[in-house]
Each structure stands twice: as structure tokens, then as C-alpha cells.
Design a protein around this ligand. Structure first.
Ligand SMILES: Cc1ncc(COP(=O)(O)O)c(C=O)c1O
Length: 469
């Protein structure tokens, strides 16, 4: 593809994406293909010779599109959102065009400095404690995912607890980690990868709102201490995956301080709400945390992948992850005046993700972001009120933000059938969880273009399907 052809097809692809996003709500939300359908339409061998680009694009329409579940449909209410927006897509495109590797400040200074700057902005916007700023003892970095952020936090906690010995000699199985029974599975994955072992992860009981019980955490830490183990790490969640329950960060933080544990706060979904000052209460006690993460790639109109990870003491993270081979040595690093983000993450290489985040912040403006987030939360409250007014349904959990957990009162089988029928209809997509042992439907609002008419239509579809019509 020469430069003129790139220009031509680039315009065509942007047109394609613009048309797709304009028409996306016309598609059935969940893909209807069966396992193997897509592969059966692909040739067994790659082409020996170049193919015309229009035939590649035709295959996107004919082969790939049927296998797409339309996450950008305003009728997508599953999981948590993974929304996007024009500015974000263009930022991603520009990053691909520049094609830089931002592993060191020296390998592309703007890649590092824009990232540091935008993450400093977010400290103030989200009401995070000042030590999370680069001008203080800590700083922020963009990770691919909340899972990676949690893993980095566990690794730093492991090294702090063992004064750097685990990196040198490996883990000895004595360190213990804690999270609530509602914490995301990435905590267990991180504990496994970091060599602590799943058997050394304690899943702490939750209260009636599905939030971690600090008294139970304290008991568990004391019991482990008494048994000669070494409590090292706690993950509190602000906005759990099942129900957006809010763990009491301050009470948990005080326990961590008393016993000397690393506290990581996972705000993957809920963090975005804190763009709005009225939700800063979600972060109460965060000054007691060692690290914090949230995902603009969920709810902040920034396409996957983009997780913002903040630490209060960057030295701890860097000492954990830094190895400096000869081929990466350079004057800027040696001057000590720059950040080298390779030392803040698992991989060496890194993409210029800050561009899309910067584009989003500037194109929406803070007030524009807040308005959309508030709208999603209002819509969720409206939906929750409809559920409460219908005697066939009940709410399964409080609705602090934009996720509504609800169920039909007729039990698991009725809810399972309802879910399957709704999703098969193509009118919307819901997912499920289990709360108090009962199958629960989740309606998660957060796609960029979801408006009241989509939520009204979702409720209509749910009511009609429940009535068997
Ligand atoms: C609370 C929470 N933490 C972590 C994750 C994992 O996110 P990621 O896909 O960025 O690793 C999720 C995903 O939904 C989540 O809800």
C-alpha cells in the first residue's frame, strides 16, 4: 500500500466506522454465530500474493461483522461498558500512525510527558490524594488493564513486605493477600502470577450491601499473624463487578496502616464517576492507599485499552520492576530527570495510549464528560424505580451508580429463561451474576450514546418478555 492508496483507503475506513457507529443500533446486539462459524469461512492458508484492499474490506462486512457483538450499541447493557468515542478512535489512529515505542523517555519524550501530565490532571479531577501526582512522591501510568495494575500492585507489595528478597530469591509461600468475596477475579490471577499462591488469598465476607467487612478483614489478618504468616496486600474495590458495591476504603486503610499492609484500591468501573465532585465520597480514605486504578476504557469514552494506575510511592514500584540492561542505557535515564515507564509495568514496550485519553479530555471537556456520566446514573435510577414499581421484579442490590441488579421473583429458572429470551431477541444485551446465591440480571448503562429511549425500550422488552408476549 503506497501513501496515496493509504490515504484513499484511510478515508474509506473512517467512512466505514462512521457509518457503523451511526447505524449500530440497528444490529441485533449479540452476535448470533455458532462456534467455528467464522473460521469456517476463512481460507486454510494465508494469501501468497497481495490482495486488493477492497476485497479485504468486503470480507470484514461479510465474514467478520456477523461475528461481532455490538458493544457500541446503545442497547448494550452487558458486563461493564467498554465505550468509545470519535476523539478516542482518532487518538488511537494517530498513535498507530506515529507508531512509537514509549518504553523510555528517550524513545519518544512526548509519549512519556503527555502521559504523566494527563494522569496528573486526573488526580485533581477524580479527587485523588496529592501523593499520587508525579510532582509528589508518586505518579500515574497507563496500563493495558486493571488486571495488570493489580498485578503490579501485588508485586510492589510483595517486595515491600520482603525488603526486595522475593525478587531475588522467589516467594516462600508465607505472604498473604486479602480481598472481599466480591473482588474481581484478576486479584486471584495476580496473586497466582506473583507467586503468593491462591491458597494465600483470603476472600473476606461482605455485608448486606456486598461491601467488605473491615472487622472480618482485621480478624483474618490477626489470625494469619498468629499462625506465623506474613499479611502483605489488601485489594479494596470501589465498585465491584457484580453489583458496584463500595468497600469502605477508610476503615480498610486504617487496618492496613496498623498492620503495615499495602492497600490497592480497584476502581476500574466506578472511578469515572469521580469526575463529578458529588461522587468524590467514593474515594473517602484513599489517602491511606498505596495504589489505585480505574479504567477510562470502561466508562470514560476511551476505547480499550486504557487503565490509569497511580502509586503514592513510585520508588517502591520502580525498585520492584526495574532491570536496566546495557542496550537500554541512555543519558536521560542516567540524569535521573525523566520517567521511564518501562519500570512501571510488566512489558518493556508500550503504546502511545495517552493520546486518546488527551483527545477525549479535550474534546469532551470536563463538563461534557460529567454530563454524560450523570445522565447514565440518572437513567439507572429511573430504571431501578421501574423495577421497584413492578411487583414481579425486585432489586437485588443498591444502585450507587449506573448498574442495576434485579431479578424476577419467580426464581433462577425464570430469570435464566428471561435472560436467554431477551438476548436472543437482539433488542438488547444483558448479563447476569449471582448475589445471595440467586441468579441476578445486570443492566449496566454506560455506552456513549445510550439515551432514555434505549433504557425505556429495554424495560419494555423485559416486561413484554416476562409476560410471555
Ligand atoms: C472491579 C473490576 N476490576 C477489574 C476488572 C478487570 O478489568 P480489565 O479488563 O481492565 O483487566 C474489572 C472488569 O470488569 C472490574 O469490574
Amino acid at each position: 500500500m503506497n501513501n496515496d492508496e493509504f490515504r484513499h483507503w484511510g478515508h474509506r475506513v473512517i467512512d466505514w466506522v462512521a457509518d457503523y457507529l451511526k447505524n449500530v443500533e440497528q444490529y441485533p446486539v449479540a452476535s448470533r454465530v455458532k462456534p467455528g462459524d467464522i473460521r469456517s469461512r476463512l481460507p486454510a492458508e494465508p494469501p501468497a500474493n497481495a490482495e486488493p484492499f477492497d476485497s479485504i474490506l468486503r470480507d470484514v462486512e461479510e465474514i467478520i461483522l456477523p461475528g461481532i457483538t455490538h458493544w457500541q450499541s446503545p442497547n448494550f447493557f452487558g458486563y461493564f461498558p467498554s465505550n468509545n468515542s470519535g476523539p478516542s478512535i482518532l487518538g488511537e489512529l494517530l498513535a498507530a500512525g506515529l507508531g512509537v515505542q514509549g518504553m523510555l523517555w528517550a524513545t519518544s519524550p512526548a509519549c512519556t510527558e503527555l502521559e504523566t501530565h494527563v494522569l496528573d490532571w486526573l488526580v485533581d479531577l477524580l479527587g485523588l490524594p496529592q501523593p499520587f501526582k508525579s510532582s509528589s512522591t508518586g505518579g500515574g501510568v497507563i496500563q493495558d488493564s486493571a488486571s495488570s495494575a493489580t498485578l503490579c500492585a501485588i508485586l510492589a507489595a510483595r517486595e515491600r513486605a520482603t525488603a526486595g528478597r522475593s525478587n531475588a530469591a522467589g516467594s516462600d509461600g508465607s505472604l498473604v493477600a486479602y480481598a472481599s468475596s466480591q473482588a474481581h477475579s484478576s486479584v486471584e490471577k495476580g496473586v497466582r502470577i506473583a507467586g503468593l499462591g491462591s491458597d494465600n488469598l483470603r476472600l473476606i465476607d461482605v455485608d448486606e450491601k456486598f461491601a467488605m467487612r473491615p472487622d472480618r478483614l482485621d480478624e483474618a489478618i490477626r489470625a494469619d499473624r498468629a499462625a506465623g504468616r506474613r499479611p502483605a496486600f489488601v485489594c479494596a474495590t470501589v465498585g465491584t463487578t457484580s453489583s458496584t458495591a463500595i468497600d469502605p476504603v477508610r476503615a480498610i486503610g486504617e487496618i492496613c496502616r496498623e498492620h503495615g499492609l499495602w492497600l490497592h484500591v480497584d476502581g476500574a468501573m466506578a472511578g469515572t464517576a469521580c469526575l463529578c465532585p458529588e461522587f468524590h465520597y467514593l474515594h473517602d480514605g484513599l489517602e491511606l492507599a498505596d495504589s489505585y486504578a480505574f479504567n477510562p476504557h470502561k466508562w470514560m469514552f476511551t476505547n480499550f485499552d486504557c487503565d490509569c494506575f497511580f502509586v503514592a510511592d513510585r520508588g517502591q514500584l520502580i525498585r520492584t520492576l526495574s532491570i536496566l540492561p546495557e542496550y537500554l542505557r541512555n543519558q536521560a535515564t542516567e540524569s535521573g530527570a525523566v520517567i521511564d515507564y518501562r519500570d512501571w509495568q510488566i512489558p518493556l514496550g508500550r503504546r502511545f495510549r495517552a493520546l486518546k485519553l488527551w483527545f477525549v479530555l479535550r474534546s469532551f471537556g470536563v463538563e461534557g464528560l460529567r454530563a454524560r456520566v450523570r445522565r447514565h446514573i440518572e437513567l439507572a435510577h429511573q430504571f431501578a424505580a421501574w423495577v421497584q414499581d413492578d411487583p414481579r421484579f425486585e432489586l437485588a442490590a443498591p444502585v450507587p451508580l449506573s448498574l442495576v441488579c434485579f431479578r424476577h421473583r419467580d426464581g433462577d429458572t425464570a430469570n435464566q429463561q428471561l435472560l436467554e429470551r431477551l438476548n436472543a431477541s437482539g433488542r438488547l444485551l444483558l448479563t447476569h451474576t449471582r448475589l445471595d446465591g440467586k441468579l441476578t440480571l445486570r443492566l449496566s448503562i454506560g455506552q456513549t450514546n445510550t439515551e432514555s429511549r434505549h433504557v425505556e425500550e429495554a424495560w419494555r422488552a423485559i416486561q413484554e418478555t416476562a409476560s410471555g408476549s
